[in-house]
Design a protein around this ligand. Structure first.
Ligand code: C5P
Length: 136
């Protein structure tokens, strides 16, 4: 079984966190997640995250501190995922996010952080995000 390294963003603005919905047809189709994606071989995870956020939602970001690292084995997809969650912020000239390579996006509040809507690998971080929403 391979382990895929994935970088994902916790982007909070005005007390809401950016969430994207996975496209139909792929792994975990329809799930809401913290946007991000696979770190390519030899790629710096922070650069991978900035690249993915530009490709998927068209924004420019500064990648900040690591918030959490989680590991999850998807036996159904015969892969394991090491997920690196970073705090990110949009840089000044960045446009607002648009759903370019995702099914949909939203600025979520506490009520949107329902574990049933997220990939299993993302569930462990939900309580941390909830605390951050309260703090910002
Ligand atoms: O987004 P992408 O398909 O490149 O991510 C690779 C894999 O990482 C997904 O198939 C999924 O298993 C996992 N993933 C996840 N949570 C995320 C992003 C990706 O579990 N926030």
């Amino acid at each position: 079984m391979n382990t895929v390294i994935v970088a994902a963003a916790i982007l909070i603005e005005d007390g809401r966190v950016l969430l994207t919905q996975r496209k139909a047809g792929g792994h975990l189709a329809g799930a809401w997640e913290f946007p991000g994606g696979k770190v390519e071989l030899g790629e710096d995870p922070k650069e991978a995250l900035a690249r993915e956020l530009h490709e998927e939602v068209g924004i420019f970001v500064r990648v900040g501190e690591i918030v959490d690292v989680t590991f999850h084995r998807y036996d159904d997809a015969n892969k394991a995922v090491l997920l690196l969650f970073y705090e990110v912020e949009r840089t000044a000239p960045s446009p607002a996010p648009q759903a370019i390579d995702v099914a949909a996006l939203k600025w979520g509040d506490e009520g949107d952080l329902d574990p049933a809507q997220f990939p299993p690998a993302d569930v462990a971080i939900l309580s941390k995000v909830r605390r951050r929403l309260g703090a910002k």
